[in-house]
Design a protein around this ligand. Structure first.
Ligand code: TRP
Length: 335
């Protein structure tokens, strides 16, 4: 097969990008643009399940778009668009819903979790989240879907719906997409609160955002959890300390890591110095992102243009698919 594989992923329009998102996903998206045909979109239809105010929805979508562009998604290499600019997705979603069953939808873990968290808003959109996600993916006949562990069951549903459609019409029409998680090469980025991974829901100060101002970064890092220091030569590092070293390994020079590792092993380490150095390196690493975000934020014309170009590119393959699907189903051919 010399046709490039199609990679597709959806991005939730919530919050700002932090280092965990960057090293866990975005950096790989940026890399994949070089070798695959990539579609990345902002899942703004999906976000309606929580009933956002129009202004908030617009602001969030715009911010996420800006941050992904700043992080390296390139509209010359990928198709980057808003889900709501592709109503073909909504049409395919309707078709898929006719063959999606209440029982299987109710069994999806993310649905059960959301229903538990928002018992007063268990809407049909939440229930059919997996059919919309399937429509997102198969509208472009994607092969690979880079997603985190939490989305694997949703992707399994996509595989089910794609197979069901193929089977129903006796065709091999939709490719059956596979999850694409980067395996070994993926670095887990720890947070600053001493345990676990970086995340925005883990509380104030745990995550380092690409858009954080240097002052804020410095303050967060100086406040990161440590302990009273090693008491024995070469002792194993407790989690909170190892976390700071892991961040250093990702962001600082090997010399720096070696220096502090040595200090730790000799029990002469001063965490204040380590944090100062780490803060400096984090500020330096995030600087170009911060600049780019600022630049894009003040240039609305560019953002509008990016959205227009993305919508136009995405529509080409979506319209092709929906046209064929309509005919397969037995609807009148439209021109
Ligand atoms: N459900 C994904 C998430 O919560 C977002 C998403 C929507 C998605 N549609 C998609 C991801 C299609 C991959 C493919 O992160």
């Amino acid at each position: 097969m010399n046709q490039k594989e199609i990679v597709l992923s959806g991005i939730r329009p919530t919050g700002n990008l932090h280092l965990g998102n960057y090293f866990g996903a975005v950096k790989n998206f940026v890399k994949m643009q070089e070798t695959n045909e990539c579609f990345f979109f902002i899942a703004d239809y999906h976000s309606l399940t929580t009933h956002p105010k129009p202004k908030d929805l617009q602001g969030n979508v715009r911010q996420v778009l800006i941050e992904y562009l700043a992080a390296g998604l390139d509209i010359e290499k990928s198709t980057l668009y808003l889900q709501s600019d592709l109503p073909e997705t909504a049409e395919l979603y309707l078709f898929l819903n006719m063959n999606a069953y209440l029982g299987e939808l109710e069994r999806v873990t993310t649905f059960k979790e959301k229903a538990r968290k928002q018992p007063n808003n268990v809407n049909a959109g939440l229930l059919t989240y997996p059919t919309l996600m399937a429509a997102d993916i198969i509208i472009h006949k994607a092969h690979k879907v880079p997603v985190g562990k939490d989305q694997e069951q949703n992707l399994e549903m996509t595989r089910t719906f794609a197979r069901r459609f193929n089977h129903m019409y006796g065709l091999e029409y939709f490719p059956i997409p596979t999850a694409y998680n980067f395996g070994e090469q993926l670095v887990k980025i720890p947070g600053l609160d001493g345990s676990g991974k970086m995340g925005k829901s883990e509380g104030e100060g745990n995550a380092i955002f690409l858009n954080d101002e240097p002052k804020v970064l410095k303050k967060k890092i100086m406040r990161a959890v440590t302990d009273s220091g090693p008491t024995q030569m070469n002792q194993e590092k407790p989690e909170a300390i190892q976390n700071l070293f892991t961040l250093m390994e990702v962001l600082s020079s090997p010399d720096t890591v070696e220096y502090f590792d040595d200090q730790y092993n000799k029990c002469t380490i001063r965490y204040g110095d380590l944090k100062k150095q780490l803060a400096e390196d984090v500020i330096q690493f995030t600087e170009p992102f911060r600049q780019k975000i600022k630049e894009l934020s003040s240039n609305d014309a560019i953002i509008q243009k990016v959205m227009d170009i993305g919508a136009e590119k995405a529509r080409v393959s979506a319209q092709r698919t929906i046209k064929e699907v309509r005919e397969i189903i037995g609807f009148r051919k439209i021109h």
